[in-house]
Each structure stands twice: as C-alpha cells, then as structure tokens.
Design a protein around this ligand. Structure first.
Ligand SMILES: NC(=O)C1=CN([C@@H]2O[C@H](COP(=O)(O)OP(=O)(O)OC[C@H]3O[C@@H](n4cnc5c(N)ncnc54)[C@H](O)[C@@H]3O)[C@@H](O)[C@H]2O)C=CC1
Ligand SMILES: N[C@@H](CC=O)C(=O)O
Ligand code: NA
Length: 430
C-alpha cells in the first residue's frame, strides 16, 4: 500500500508552478515510481489571488513561508523562492532543524551557505536535495555524485547558464541586440530575478562551486571562483570568433592541477566543430572526466519551467523512496580542503581586441609590448583604416600565462593611441 507524502511549496513562480503541474499531471506515474501518493498540502507565495494555471483549492496557504517548516501536514519542504539569504535561508534552516527534508533549486543559497546547510542536514538526519540548482533539467548531481562514484574526477566543465547561452546563440544567429534578447530570456522564465546574476557570470559560478564540491570532495568555496560574465562580449567579437573558426560560450571550468583546483567562469572561444560549441539556446552541457570512466557528457535544458520542475520532482521521488546520500557526496567532516589556483596561473591562447588610433608605429608598439612579455602572436589583423577614427586590432596569441597577458594589456591601455580598455577572450581547446 502506498504511503502519503505531503509536500509544502514555498514560491509559486516559474519553478513552483511547474512542480504543481507535474504532480497534478503525473500523479499515478509518480506513485508507481515512488511508492507514495504525493500531495501538495500547503503553499506560500507573494500573491494568493494570482492565476498560476493550476488550482490551489484544498491547499493550505501560509502568508509566511517559514511556517511550512512547522506545518504538521508537510513532510517535505520545497524552497523555490530564491536568494541566498532572507526567507529562503530561514525556511531551509528551520525545516532541517525540524528534521524535515528540503528540496531546493536555489544555487545562490547553496553556493553561499551549502557547507553549513549540509552539516545541519547531517546532524538532523534530514535530506537536502538540489538537483534543479545545477544545469536545470540535466540530472548532473545524481550522475556525478552517484553514477560516477567509482571515479576520481579530474575535471568538470560546461555551459551552466541557460540565459547566457541563449543570448550568445541568438546574437550569433540573429544578430539581435543584447538587451532585447535578455528580455526574451526573462519572458521565457530563464533568467534570475536579478538578471545581473546571469549575465555577470555569478549564477554559473554558484553552480560551478557546487559541482566542484561534489566532484572533488571539498567544501563549497564560491569565494574562490574567478568570475567574468558576458556583458562585454560584443557583436564584433562574435563575428571575429566566427571568422577565426570559433564560437563564444560562457563556460564554468573546475580542474584539478598539481597546485590545487582551478575554478573559473568566463566567456571562451571554442572551435566551432566541437560538441560544446554546438550546444545552443537555453541548453546546458556538462562534461566530466573520471579516471576509470574517461569522459562523460550531459546535455539538456538548463532553465525554464518544465526542465527545472522535472529536477525538483526527481528529488521528491528520491526522498519518498528513502534514498539518502550526503548532500555533496561525502559528509562535511570528511571533506578535504584543497587549495585553489588563481586564474593568473592559467595558461592558454587568447583573443585580444584593441581599439586604437591608426597612427604610424602603433602596431610596432603593440608588438614590442608582447615581445617584452615573451608572448608570441599567432595572428594580427587590423580592422579598418582611418586617420581620424579609432580602429580595431585583433590579435590571437599562442599559449601564454595569463599574468603575462594581463601585464601586456595594462601597458597597451596606457598608450596615448589607445582609445578603450583592451579586451580579451580565452581560447580553449577541449
Ligand atoms: N527559472 C529557472 O529556470 C530556474 C530557477 N532556479 C531557481 O529556482 C528558484 C525559483 O526561481 P523562479 O521560479 O524562476 O523564480 P520566480 O521569481 O519565478 O519565482 C519565485 C517566487 O517566489 C515568490 N516569493 C518571493 N518571496 C517570497 C516569500 N517571502 N514567500 C513566498 N514566496 C515568495 C515570488 O513572488 C515568486 O513568485 C530560484 O532559486 C532560482 O534560482 C533554478 C533553476 C532554473
Ligand atoms: N537563470 C538560470 C536559471 C537556471 O539555473 C539560467 O539561466 O541558467
Ligand atoms: Na540538474
């Protein structure tokens, strides 16, 4: 006979409404899979009267979401409000203290407070599940934590933000304006409440910090992630990338090196014929290298109502089945603090775009700076010819240490014929 598992949902926006719909539509399927009859017994949102396309009849409404933690008719709490502090955090803490399992889609919360919350979950023997928080509908947490448990992981990387991937793809394919495409992504329910989190790379960094912990058995260390978003990627960069045989994607990379772990999020130029360069729109992709399994890849929708709610419901089924795994794969006490490697140590090739007045000697001066920093140039191309207006000079370097490139760009910025801060995009070979 099925048991009854009673669910309380805090936050009835894109994800919350999606969860209500799945539970309503797939009641029988979920009962067969979980051995439990899943019922939403209580909810909390900002606006009780709003039409969410799904009935709330017979469901208790809490004006204060934190009350879900104390509701005797709620067995599992879903935190789908968002934000790393405030009500979202209070609700999770209170629920775990009460020994109530929590399912959240909130990567900001886990990136900032994941270690403390995981400890709380362990102490109170309550699960903290978060499949929806990383790469939306892709079951990457389950794959990494359970499916690849037999491997030492050397690298995990991928496209971790659907909004950015949507913007970059649309800019490339339609030539549309950044702001208009971002607005579309917001209308489609992909973006964060503050879309700055998406376009400035912070959301991808939240997800990368979580992946790093699960992959390497180290505490979540969001503060050490190097973060650069896509705000400064221009249509001209996308065109230049295409002419050079690349596409631009925002990647999150966590890699084990001899010195420790590097964690970085930034736009990358990737050869156009690779799998990851062909992951388009709202799709995410995650690649994991394990010592016995070798490379494995996972692709799917990284944002939006259906895919995200799908991941939340998978966590509910796991909890209903009594499957219990430590939050980040191993208990917090058994984690190893591994040093983090600064991005200045990164070695790779770079695309550089300079904006300079086209005066005699400027190319010679640029070349001299690169020579002095021991940076070898693979190609150099001047865009336009004008005595009055600034022109673009596009360079591609051979492999160089990032610290040397940053020094060189600093010197070039101080040239009298430099018009704008030099820009660079890392070229990655995957
Ligand atoms: N939309 C997406 O594609 C994805 C979202 N997420 C995460 O899921 C969470 C929810 O995101 P969305 O549904 O997109 O956001 P949303 O903004 O559509 O929904 C959040 C809802 O919470 C409500 N809310 C705010 N404060 C509240 C409070 N104190 N008590 C009760 N309700 C409150 C808001 O009115 C809103 O309806 C966030 O943590 C987000 O980062 C994760 C993966 C994908
Ligand atoms: N804003 C996020 C939502 C999913 O995590 C994104 O665009 O990826
Ligand atoms: Na996921």
């Amino acid at each position: 006979m099925s048991t009854n598992v009673r669910i309380g949902i805090a936050g009835l926006g894109t994800v919350g409404a999606g969860v209500l719909k799945i539970i309503k539509e797939h009641g029988d399927l979920l009962e067969a899979r979980s051995g439990a009859h899943l019922t939403v017994t209580a909810v909390s949102g900002r606006d009780k009267t709003k039409d969410r396309g799904v009935s709330l009849d017979g469901i208790t409404w809490h004006d204060d979401a934190r009350d879900l933690a104390d509701d005797p008719n709620v067995d599992i709490v879903l935190e789908l409000i968002g934000g790393s502090d405030g009500v979202a955090k209070d609700l999770c803490v209170k629920s775990l203290l009460n020994g109530k399992p929590v399912v959240t889609a909130n990567k900001a919360l886990l990136a900032e407070h994941g270690n403390a919350l995981a400890k709380l979950a362990e102490t109170h023997n309550a699960q903290l599940a978060y499949e929806a928080a990383v790469a939306g509908g892709i079951p990457i947490i389950k794959a990494l934590r359970e499916g690849l448990a037999g491997n030492a992981i050397s690298r995990v990387y991928g496209i971790l933000n659907g909004t950015c991937n949507y913007i970059l793809t649309e800019m490339e394919e339609t030539g549309g304006e950044f702001d208009a495409i971002l607005k579309d992504a917001q209308d489609l329910g992909y973006a964060e409440a503050d879309p700055g989190f998406d376009i400035d790379g912070v959301d991808a960094a939240h997800k990368l910090a979580i992946l790093t912990s699960v992959a390497f058995g180290t505490p979540v260390d969001f503060a050490s992630v190097y973060i650069e978003g896509i705000r400064n990627v221009t249509a001209a960069d996308i065109t230049a990338a295409s002419e050079l045989g690349y596409r631009i994607r925002l990647l999150g990379v966590a890699r084990r090196t001899e010195k420790g772990i590097e964690q970085r999020v930034h736009p990358c130029m990737i050869r156009h014929d690779t799998t990851i360069a062909n992951v388009n729109g709202v799709f995410n992709a995650v690649v994991v290298d394990g010592d016995f399994v070798d490379e494995t890849s996972y692709v799917g929708r990284g944002a939006g109502e259906g895919p995200t709610a799908s991941a939340v419901v998978a966590d509910i089924v796991d909890i209903a089945l009594g499957r219990h795994t430590p939050t980040f794969g191993i208990p917090v006490e058994k984690m190893t603090d591994i040093p983090k490697v600064p991005v200045a140590d990164h070695v790779g090739a770079y695309y550089v775009c300079l904006t300079v007045y086209d005066q005699p000697g400027v190319i010679a001066d640029v070349s001299a700076v690169f020579r002095d920093e021991n940076i070898s140039i693979e190609s150099l191309l001047q865009r336009g010819r004008s005595k009055q207006e600034a022109v673009s000079v596009i360079l591609v370097t051979h492999e160089v240490q990032e610290a040397a490139l940053v020094r060189a760009l600093g010197k070039i910025e101080n040239f009298t014929h430099s018009v704008a801060k030099p820009r660079m995009i890392r070229i990655v070979s995957l």
